[in-house]
Write a protein that binds this ligand. Sequence first.
Ligand code: CA
Length: 441
Amino acid sequence: MIPTVDETHDPALRSWVRSANDGRTDFPIQNLPFGVFRHEGSGERARVGIAIGAMILDVSTAMKAGYFTGDAAAGARACAAQCLNDLMELGRPAWRALRAAASALLRDGSSAERDAERILVPMADADLLLPARVGDYTDFYASIHHATNVGSMFRPDNPLLPNYKWVPIGYHGRSSSLVPSGSEVRRPLGQRKAPDAPTPVYGPSRSLDYECEVGAFVGTGSSLGEPLGMSAAAEQLFGLCLVNDWSARDIQSWEYQPLGPFLAKNFATTVSPWVVTMEALAPFRIPAAPRAAGDPAPLPHLTDDDDARRGGVDLALEVWLRTRGMRERGEGPVRLSRARFSDMYWTLAQMVAHHASNGCNLRAGDLIASGTVSGPERDARGCMLELTWRGTEPVRLPDGETRSFLEDGDELILRGECARDGAARIGFGECRGRILPAPAN
Ligand code: CA
């Protein structure tokens, strides 16, 4: 069952945390995403918090102060852990109860305001860590626009492979190299081979790229050997974040056949710190993207009425670039693209159901990324490979610099927001990373 709208989404709600009410914050009281934090540079034990305006609600401290009861208290107790996994394992009743209790606690008029100093931490004074201990990370390829663009560069006559409209294509990624937003990313070394060169060379990647993706955290998990139906798959979704799947295109094009991406992708993947829950996203659920006339209907195990009606998420994604020069001149980042997550060919529940369809088990904290989110328009291409058409049409920046791929010192920022009439706008915060030069080789 996909979560539905309730009183926690009322756009009229206001918080006693003033920064949550300014209309610009990603974290109004209608959002309440979960993350893991500690006081900046303190080395203290990390714990789970809830973003509210420019502050973080320290859930464990609020728990000790007696603010949670019942299912919410079970959830709040799990927030003493250094990752969201314990909370994820409790399941949707606890997630929903904890979010509802946090909404009540942070609302105008709540007596919790008198404990503000004790239970709130300024976000500016906190280090935000990876939200979950990710056992397994899977990356899908669910944008037909991305798949068609990339396919047409490599196979102009046959851009989309015949399985694409039947199978949510994915590969197993690497969880050890997931890093939190703000981490610096070293340009990878690797093998690359020009088409006309007799042999490959080993050295720094010359075509380092980003991929703007949405990540979904698995909640309770599933049992080995037992496929999940579509409705059970939707029930597995705890919440969403932003993911940058850094990609070395030259390494990728040389290594990818026959087993797919390997070292081109697993040197770093950046994850945004705040997990926007499926509860918070309820006002922004929309029908799954319509399929083009003549496209096959998904097979029955990937079909579900509720998913067809509300399996999409009306989420706008933006990619911003700040070069070293822009930073040195004190200039802000420039937007490279803007795309809609609602344009994806497969829904999140279809990706989860497909993942488990052979009996593969999922575990709490597993991360499932959507694949590059691209739309049909030119300015909706979610990676530089597409935006510059493999480097042949460089992007011109306002200061006259150009980019075919990322250069050392470039900082890449992903943003996401959900907005519509009749609902409070909510955002995802940022997924940010800066490129460092390659190690010596
Ligand atoms: Ca990817």
